[in-house]
Design a protein around this ligand. Structure first.
Ligand SMILES: Cc1cc2nc3c(=O)[nH]c(=O)nc-3n(C[C@H](O)[C@H](O)[C@H](O)COP(=O)(O)O)c2cc1C
Length: 468
């Protein structure tokens, strides 16, 4: 979703994370969006409406605001908006949204808006895990055009540790920018398209603004570039000790590899690198130091992420192995060629009009070699080696569950991200993908459709949990 020129209504409810909505507002404005704000009474206890009014340069919609001046704010504001963002969403407003109660500006706007809605819950871990909140969030996920963002695990404002943090403002912006454009687009009559939430399956009808390639189900070569990471120059999440990834290092592999046939030809695949960019952004926003070994790819990495470029699978293998010991986690996201030509010709192979056979030999298996090296390091460190988390990717086109189970067992990875990148509505080059995070001894879950940022968040949560 292109944020420049978008009208965004920001609903603020009364949690400790209200101050982060101010930062979110500024980040959205930096991206060129126009933002207006509505607040619950409780939210005004945390940050004065004057702050939001000053930042947004517009009066805030409050329960006891100047009714004479704007009697229909509860309808005007949501109707004006292209997107309704509720950040933070308290347990209380989530309950109201789910049950159809509309007795404050934030829940009123939720009920009266016809644009897509994105909700970022934030609360104490016990509240987050309470049956009522779980049920209400599940109800909201089933609402048309409503997306519930993940609440990352980590240290909470109350001092407890667990799930319920507000997603970082920079991550929310990154999510919005990588959201499938089709979710945002209303048709000519002004009706919302029947689109699924991030966690649900997409049943999107093609919108009039789809490119020809997408509308025909073809490979979207012209899909928009993922955004540069929206962290302001003077903000460096790795320096923030309150972030859960603070002091931790992650190594990512990214993009595809190219295996030379001769000086001008190679064997490769269609990976765009978008998933790796989402992963790098979310790890970075969570305070991790992020290093990437990237093969060729179209997508650009955010500033703050260290990128080393390689071309072939063997180069990627050597680069990863040389950095392995210094990192807390490795996520193998690159689409590495399993095979390479046994011999790359020194000069261009001439067209002789006769059949040509290219002998292929297997490339090193980077995932398995990492796991073997981890084992070796752990035994040589006589038991006091720190935990290193290794996540692989299983890109499959058929027999998904069986292949993922076999790969997980053979590799010995801590988890595998099973993904099906060749569907016409998701995968290579798209911002959405069909995926499941597969863990040992936990059965193989059904794959679901989500944005690549959703996928990245799931992996980051997993890595944080594993690192303890
Ligand atoms: C210091 C403090 C922090 C709070 N933080 C949260 C929070 O992060 N999330 C939440 O759901 N409720 C939180 N609450 C409780 C809400 O403020 C309370 O449920 C309130 O009624 C919510 O109103 P609203 O949903 O209309 O904004 C907090 C309360 C206090 C006193």
């Amino acid at each position: 979703m292109e944020l420049a020129g978008k009208k965004i209504l920001l609903g603020v409810s009364g949690g400790i994370a209200v101050y982060k909505s101010c930062e979110l507002l500024r980040l959205l404005q930096k991206k060129g969006a126009e933002v207006r704000v509505c607040m619950t009474d409780a939210a005004t206890e945390f940050v004065a409406p004057l702050t939001f009014a000053s930042l947004s340069k517009c009066p805030v919609y409050l329960k006891n605001g100047a009714v004479e001046a704007r009697p229909f704010q509860h309808i005007d504001f949501p109707r004006w908006a292209d997107l309704y963002l509720v950040v933070p969403a308290t347990a209380n407003v989530i309950g109201k949204f789910a049950c159809g109660i509309a007795d404050d500006p934030v829940s009123l706007c939720f009920m009266s808006c016809t644009c897509p809605r994105v909700i970022a819950p934030a609360m104490n871990v016990a509240m987050y895990n309470s049956p009522a909140v779980k049920r209400n969030l599940e109800i909201l996920r089933g609402f048309e055009d409503t997306t519930v963002l993940e609440s990352p695990a980590g240290e909470l404002a109350c001092g407890e540790v667990g799930q319920g943090r507000l997603m970082e403002p920079a991550e929310i912006v990154a999510y919005l920018e990588t959201r499938d454009e089709r979710r945002e687009t209303r048709d000519n009559e002004g009706e919302s398209l029947p689109l699924a939430s991030a966690a649900g399956a997409s049943s999107a009808t093609p919108s009039p603004v789809l490119s020809n390639a997408e509308a025909s189900g073809g490979h979207p070569r012209n899909a928009p570039e993922p955004p540069a990471f929206p962290v302001a120059q003077d903000m460096d999440p790795t320096r923030d000790p309150t972030l859960p990834g603070h002091g931790k290092k992650v190594l990512l592999t990214a993009g595809r590899t190219e295996e030379a046939i001769d000086p001008v030809r190679y064997i490769s695949n269609r990976s765009s690198g978008k998933t790796a960019v989402a992963l790098a952004s979310v790890f970075y926003a969570n305070g991790f130091e992020v290093e990437v070994i990237a093969g060729p790819m179209e997508a650009a990495f955010p500033g703050g992420v260290a990128v080393s470029r390689v071309q072939s699978a063997r180069e990627m293998h050597d680069a990863v192995m040389s950095r392995l010991e210094s990192v807390d986690a490795v996520v193998h996201c690159a689409a590495v060629a399993d095979y390479r030509p046994a011999h790359a010709a020194d000069s261009k192979i001439k067209d002789s009009r006769s059949q040509l056979t290219i002998e292929l030999v297997p490339n090193p298996n980077i995932l398995r070699d990492c796991i073997a090296a981890r084992k070796a390091n752990a035994s040589s460190a006589a038991g006091d080696a720190r935990r290193q988390v290794i996540v692989g990717f299983a890109l499959e086109t058929d027999n998904f569950k069986q292949h993922a189970a076999e790969k997980l067992e053979k590799s010995g990875a801590d988890a595998l991200l099973l993904n099906a990148p060749v569907a016409s509505d998701s995968g290579f080059g798209h911002n959405c993908v069909r995926y499941a995070l597969v863990r040992p001894h936990a059965g193989i879950p059904e794959m679901h459709m989500g944005s690549k940022v959703d996928l990245a968040q799931e992996i980051v949560h997993f890595v944080l949990n594993e690192l303890g």
